[in-house]
Design a protein around this ligand. Structure first.
Ligand SMILES: NC(=O)c1ccc[n+]([C@@H]2O[C@H](COP(=O)([O-])OP(=O)(O)OC[C@H]3O[C@@H](n4cnc5c(N)ncnc54)[C@H](O)[C@@H]3O)[C@@H](O)[C@H]2O)c1
Ligand SMILES: N[C@@H](CCO)C(=O)O
Length: 353
């Protein structure tokens, strides 16, 4: 029976949800998926670090009181010690789910680099490494015979990256456009219901949708990262965030939201990347007042949706959760499944002799 030992870097909403999934459904997952999952290391800014090669008691760490840390545990330390843990853990897969830094992607890029350099697979939901160092990290993974998986970086657990990569072969994709941020879409809907912006944002934070700094959600830098990922991984471009124009929700007033409703329109924060006739790719993030009959106008809450413009199929639209702790934890699990599916050619899968 195959087994994958995981090191969780960052123990917030998403990685806690993954730990809960393993703790509560581990046996069922093993019989359904054909491999066992264990967590052998955890680091977090607030909790410090914990390394236990025989497997961490997840119920115990999930039950920690607010303000407690890993120091009392065998193999525990009050400091995160990320580099030491990543380079020395017995884990097969490092799960990077720390804050997305839209400016330079650090320290997550370093976390991923250290993991790949030490021969460990990586799965991440952190947009920074994928958008700002994706090509370098994919090459580093290949050099070390391991995988760099990141389905959850765009549309959370809704598998649009794998869909485009595996199911669109033979198609020429001319563009991709969509609602790519759950928090802002949730907030717009709640403001249409009459809530103030601060109250709507507070709800999104409580629900675990928002970035550590929700400005990233509202002002479009989160979508900008995702547009870069889609442009580079789906359209084959080589964009950076500097290539993507960005306008956020602060350019739309509550009065304009109400006026749009009266006119039968809905404001949506839209990310777009499309190929021009000369082969170049243009990309943008901007609020748009869509007519109610537009396919994206009806997308509500933290749901996201992406429309792929293809040559042979016309428009192919995919909709699903764009945020959520459990939904995003599933993206991480889907990455482990992908690693397992490709294990024949890879190092890193622990198997019984
Ligand atoms: N929540 C979602 O719906 C969702 C969906 C898709 C992607 N993501 C991305 O996944 C990542 C995690 O999201 P989350 O909702 O769990 O965030 P979160 O803020 O709940 O948790 C992040 C955790 O990382 C820890 N952390 C931050 N910097 C660290 C460091 N240098 N070393 C160790 N720990 C560190 C924090 O203490 C925190 O506990 C983010 O990059 C986010 O953008 C989140
Ligand atoms: N804060 C992000 C999480 C998913 O990337 C959002 O709301 O879409």
């Amino acid at each position: 029976m195959d087994r994958y030992d995981l090191a969780l870097i960052g123990f917030g909403g998403v990685n806690r949800a993954l730990a809960e999934l393993i703790d509560e459904r581990g046996a069922a997952l093993t019989s359904e998926l054909g491999f066992e999952l264990r967590v052998v290391a955890i680091t977090d800014l607030r909790l410090g670090s914990l390394m236990q090669a025989d497997g961490i008691d997840l119920s115990a760490v999930l039950a920690l009181e607010p303000g407690a840390n890993f120091a009392p545990f065998a193999g525990g330390d009050p400091e995160p010690r990320n580099e030491y843990v990543i380079r020395n853990t017995t884990a097969d897969i490092v799960v990077e789910a720390t804050f997305t830094n839209p400016v330079d992607g650090e320290p997550a890029i370093s976390h991923v680099r250290w993991a790949l350099e030490s021969g460990k697979h990586v799965t991440t939901t952190n947009k920074g490494p994928v958008a700002l160092a994706g090509a370098e990290l994919r090459a580093l993974a290949a050099d070390h015979g391991v995988r760099f998986e990141h389905e959850g970086a765009v549309l959370s657990g809704t598998p649009i990256l794998r869909l485009a990569e595996r199911m669109f072969s033979g198609l020429r994709i001319r563009g991709v456009q969509g609602i790519l941020n759950g928090t802002s879409n949730y907030v717009l809907g709640r403001m249409e219901a009459g809530l103030s912006l601060p109250d709507a944002v507070a709800e999104a934070q409580e629900l675990g949708y928002a970035e550590a700094d929700p400005t990233a959600d509202l002002e479009g830098s989160d979508v900008q990262l995702k547009v870069v990922i889609l442009a580079n991984e789906v359209l084959g471009a080589d964009l950076t965030t500097a290539d993507v124009s960005r306008r956020g929700l602060s350019t739309v007033s509550a009065a304009e939201i109400a006026e749009a409703q009266r006119q039968g329109r809905r404001w949506k924060l839209i990310g777009d990347a499309h190929r021009n006739d000369d082969g170049s790719v243009t990309a943008s993030v901007a609020p748009v007042a869509l007519p109610l009959d537009h396919p994206l106008a009806g997308v509500s809450g933290a749901t996201n949706a992406v429309a792929f413009d293809t040559d042979l199929l016309g428009t192919v639209a995919v909709s699903g959760p764009g945020a959520g702790r459990v939904e995003t934890a599933y993206a991480l699990l889907s990455d482990v499944i992908a690693i397992h599916a490709g294990r024949g050619a890879l190092i890193g899968a622990a198997t019984d002799v």
